[in-house]
Design a protein around this ligand. Structure first.
Ligand code: AMP
Length: 177
């Protein structure tokens, strides 16, 4: 299946969640069995030789393929969540959003320095969420950290890739915008 076919399975919803935002809805990709398998295959091929021991999925759409990939790679799965959702002791990082700040957290015992970590989310827009998640993961001093998105949004004034520290191992399946 080509990337173009995968793109055709995405649903674009104008003015969601507010006017002026073009929302890329991955639920139509996820519900299509062949597309879901293709995405998992692409990611597995990319990361199978990297020695990944933990996949960190970003709440909530990063949980879907993140968990599928973790199982295929023989790795564990870690949830990065919004504050107040995880039951045990957490570490957290706050970051600036367009309006105000946001926080992301993971369990304090989720990652060790022996881990090789892959962070995964559905879509890269400004990069703010994932940069914070990467910072959070790096607090555990893992052997290596990789970052992956299904979709990279690139348009005028939006180049989320540039928000990451130089040398970040970042890959995306498709570029839109
Ligand atoms: P950012 O931190 O700006 O890179 O935003 C990334 C997060 O917001 C991801 O978890 C996405 O699911 C979500 N997101 C931001 N913009 C969009 C969009 N246009 N369509 C779908 N999801 C989006």
């Amino acid at each position: 299946m080509s990337i173009e076919t995968l793109k055709n399975h995405l649903r674009v919803v104008p003015d969601f969640p507010k006017k002026g935002i073009q929302f890329y809805d991955i639920t139509t990709l996820m519900k299509d069995a062949e597309s879901l398998k293709e995405l998992a295959d692409i990611l597995y091929e990319e990361y199978k030789d990297k020695g990944i021991t933990k996949v960190v999925g970003i709440e909530s759409r990063g949980f879907i393929l993140g968990a599928i990939l973790a199982e295929r790679l023989g790795a564990g799965f870690v949830l990065a969540r919004k504050p107040g959702k995880l039951p045990a002791e957490t570490v957290q990082v706050s970051y600036n959003k367009e309006y105000g700040t946001d926080t992301i957290e993971i369990h304090k015992d989720a990652i060790t320095p022996d881990d090789v970590v892959l962070l995964h989310d559905d879509l890269l827009a400004t990069g703010g969420t994932m940069v914070a998640a990467l910072e959070l993961v790096n607090m555990f001093k893992p052997k290596a950290a990789y970052v992956n998105f299904i979709i990279e949004l690139v348009c005028e004034g939006l180049h989320g890739r540039d928000a990451f520290p130089e040398g970040t191992n970042l890959s995306t399946i498709m570029t839109l915008g």
